[in-house]
Design a protein around this ligand. Structure first.
Ligand code: DON
Length: 592
């Protein structure tokens, strides 16, 4: 071959390689996902290091975690420090009044553990607590104003918070640093304050009606009677005091002391049912992860009471029936198959999922290869399977609540943790004198037979409210392990039901389409959740030809702003650790 031809071929090869690895993130950077992207560059979303990595949805939070790693702390120290800071800087997403799940990989023992510190229904809660004799939602009033949806807003929507107990107990067993060291950055952020960023300002404005109704919230998120705006400082002095009490007493004060009394007195003001006994008897639960293999990679994820891990495995098992590497990640053939896979998994979610401590969940069947093979065989490559032919359900919007944190330390230990107050600012109630935003996790139960929750999700009787029960979740902290048992991918996302599909697409982008982590996270996503029977797609996700082909075989297409906000870490074969924050939100990776 002549040198000239060789050079031409090399240029062609470089062009193809550059195109396949940068097209998605470039096209995404030129798109608007709203306020989160203002003034940010592509490099803000990616970092690499061989000493560890923390990825979270706010730079102050990831920096706090990285500082713990620099100080000799392990992945748990970093994850706990990051969690407490995220509780301060993303009150719209998560906080001390919420709960979450953590998947921990212990490299020395080659073992994964799951910690469930999600909220539970108070003992006085029951299946009909939100509905009247006619089966409609009850009228609830606060200060003379009607609270339109009492399962989403206000005191009745609050389930027993688990975040503080979970983080403190996990840290006590597995952390290396002192608790007051890992809480210090959060106390700092709460007492000194931080500038309100554009997406937080947008959210305060959107929830203005409810935040201003409750005095504890009005005091924090408003200045001179107006919602805080971008650039103004958010100082949370009461929250700083609550955090200091946690640093001093562990979880005792929060569940049995002054803070618990203030929370319960707040709940009573609005006719809620949570009481001191609920807080005192809150228990974190250690669970066994769900796991499987996808094209030789071990997938480990969150078991019930999350539906996430089960459905990610169920969907991967269906996807494994096809050689996806031969398909184009934005082409109609793949996207149709993917949407059909999602439809089938979400139909199962509505029918089968709930709290495994209260109802039987067929986890083994749903995650088995044989079951997936049968389901996949029912996919017609030329035609959609209408959801109405398949059973119960329905999600709508995505709220900016919930937050995911991924961590890896220098020893190869890793943490994936997703935490939430459920909807934006949870119940919108802050317990006066604590700075704690209380969750509205009761809405993740079936609050009305046949009704749907804030995300349009319909669940069945298995997810009915019962005292002490955990509401069904979609949160999916997930890891992929290589053949040596080392973690090669850590990922998770907020987004209600979209969480599951955001994590799924990150995995297939990495494993099947061999994208870099940056491209895998930034690539456009689709979402199908069985009901409503529509294929949602992010802006730019589908070109005109693909839209035409998908419509021709029966898909109803709906454009949506975003599917998830993935915070992910990968470790390549040279041992280099990559951290990527989703371009869709405010995150930033940090290194020790
Ligand atoms: O546990 C769940 O599935 C929901 N409470 C999560 C809510 C959520 O992700 C809100 N999203 N942006």
């Amino acid at each position: 071959m002549s040198w000239f031809r060789f050079l031409i071929q090399l240029c062609g090869l470089l062009l193809v390689t550059t195109c396949t690895t940068t097209t998605d993130s470039q096209s995404l950077l030129s798109r608007s996902f709203g306020p989160a992207q203002q003034g940010r560059r592509a490099s803000d979303y990616h970092a690499e290091s061989d000493r560890g990595m923390v990825v979270a949805a706010h730079p102050l939070a990831s920096a706090a975690g990285a500082a713990m790693l620099s100080r000799g702390g392990n992945a748990i120290d970093a994850a706990v420090a990051t969690s407490f800071v995220i509780s301060v800087v993303r009150p719209q997403s998560t906080g001390l009044g919420g709960g979450g799940f953590m998947l921990y990989h212990d490299q020395a023992r080659k073992r994964q553990r799951i910690f469930d510190f999600r909220e539970r229904a108070p003992m006085k809660a029951n299946a009909t607590m939100f509905i009247n004799d006619r089966g409609d939602y009850k009228n609830v009033f606060f200060n003379g104003q009607q609270v339109k949806d009492p399962a989403i807003v206000g005191h009745l929507s609050v389930a027993v918070p688990g975040l503080v107990k979970g983080l403190v107990e996990i840290h006590r067993e597995l952390g290396k640093l002192k608790l007051n060291e890992v809480i210090a950055p959060a106390i700092d952020a709460a007492s000194k304050g931080f500038p309100v960023y554009p997406s937080l300002a947008k959210e305060i404005k959107e929830r203005e009606q409810w935040l201003q109704l409750y005095p504890g919230s009005r005091q924090i998120f408003f200045k001179d009677g107006k919602p805080l705006e971008a650039g103004q400082k958010l100082v949370q002095s009461d929250l700083a005091e609550t955090l200091k009490l946690i640093a001093a007493t562990g979880y005792r004060d929060f569940y049995e002391g002054e803070t618990s009394k203030k929370i319960v007195s707040e709940i009573k003001k609005g006719g809620g049912v949570l009481d001191t006994t609920d807080l005192r008897s809150y228990r974190m639960i250690e669970r066994v992860p769900v796991s499987s293999y996808y094209r030789g990679h071990r997938v480990v994820s969150m078991p019930p009471p999350s539906s996430g891990g089960v459905h990610i495995i169920e969907m991967l098992n269906m996807l494994e029936q096809k050689d996806l590497s031969k398909l184009h990640p934005r082409g109609a053939t793949y996207l149709h198959y993917l949407a059909e896979v999602m439809r089938r998994a979400f139909a199962d979610r509505a029918k089968e999922m709930g709290d495994p401590d209260f109802v039987d969940i067929p986890t083994h069947r749903l995650t088995s290869k044989a079951y997936a093979k049968n389901l996949a065989a029912s996919i017609d490559p030329q035609k959609v399977t209408p959801s109405s032919t398949m059973g119960l359900s329905a999600p709508t919007g995505e709220s900016p609540s919930t937050s995911h944190i991924s961590v890896m330390d220098q020893w190869g230990n890793a943490v994936a943790t997703t935490q939430t107050v459920n909807y934006s600012f949870g119940s919108c109630v802050v317990a006066v004198g604590t700075g704690v935003v209380l969750n509205d996790e009761m809405d993740d139960f079936t609050t009305k037979p046949g009704g749907s929750n804030a995300f349009g999700l319909v669940t069945g009787p298995k997810n009915d409210i019962a005292p002490g029960k955990t509401p069904l979740s979609s949160m999916s902290p997930t890891m992929i392990l290589d053949k040596k048992g080392q973690v090669e991918l850590v990922a998770g996302s907020p987004g209600g039901p979209r969480i599951i599909n955001a994590v799924l697409q990150t995995i297939t982008n990495v494993i099947d389409f061999k994208m870099s982590l940056l491209d895998a996270v930034h690539a456009t996503r689709i979402h199908h959740q069985w009901m409503p029977d529509t294929l949602r797609y992010e802006n730019n996700a589908l070109d005109d030809d693909t839209k035409k082909r998908l419509t021709a075989i029966g898909h109803a297409l709906t454009p949506i702003e975003t599917v998830g906000d993935v915070q992910a870490i990968s470790r390549d074969s040279s041992g280099m650790i990559h951290g990527v924050s989703d371009i869709r939100s405010d995150g930033k990776p940090a290194t020790p």
